[in-house]
Design a protein. Sequence first.
Length: 304
Amino acid sequence: MDDHRSALTDGIRRLRKERNAIILSHNYQLGEVQDIADFVGDSLELSQKAARADAAVIVFCGVHFMAETASILCPDKTVLLPVMEAGCPMANMVTAEDVRRLRKEHPDALVVCYVNTTAEVKAESDVCCTSANGVLLVQKLEADEIIFVPDQYLGHHISNQTGKKMILWPGYCPTHVRIQAADVRRARAVHPQAQVMVHPECRPDVVALADLVLSTGGMMRHAGGSPASELVVGTEIGILHRLRKENPGKTFIPLTEQAVCPNMKLIGLENILWSLEEMAPEVRVAEDTRLRARKAVDRMIGMA
Ligand code: 13P
Ligand code: SF4
């Protein structure tokens, strides 16, 4: 490590202690961010970790909705998002007003929102889910009509797996739609022994060709336990850092190098250090919204 990097990591470690902070990182963050974090995981694991943390400050290295979810669960903690502009374009594809309109059109339906939504949308929803628990959760729901926002592809996958008809919102992840069925066919031709695992945000034709459909946390667990020595990975390529680090004997092949989420790459060590120095930028959800959003998040945690 060069002098600049080691000064940054030393500074972060010192301030983390002084501020009684915990650093959480999503699996898609830059390698340098994952390496300094106290915990790296998927959306569900990170929200559980935030809820249980006894630190006073959470430095959330991910995107805005993830920091918001931490703030919904931990109103007494200071939640920092080192780069405020790090948003999730899919989360911004549906608004609270859209959900209210859907409810009017389908008054008997239950509204399930993906965790990739704003706090305002969660506040209008009955229950929240992540890619790790969506299938299980919808299976348990007793409702004839289910509205799912905003990811049409995750919704399609959940509907397929549960056999339940769902009203889908036309949102999508701009990063995961770059992964094509042709990428899976090419990978299978070049690596015939490899297992193919993809994220449920991928298009249905990609999902149909995969061996496994998993959240990023599910991919980590599967890679660790699977006897397969070659795995093809259909999700944002930031996860390769952790997959390779934790499984040095195995080979991981991205379905495409194009699957990059630019928002997940905005945070670097400099931003984390600055954020801990300034105790900013802080993500906080207005209390009335928080209390309503919390119900949907609590229901998810309770059901799963
Ligand atoms: P995971 O919850 O599977 O980590 O997914 C989060 C996400 O944003 C996927 O694009
Ligand atoms: Fe949002 Fe897609 Fe980026 Fe995940 S990968 S944060 S869903 S834009």
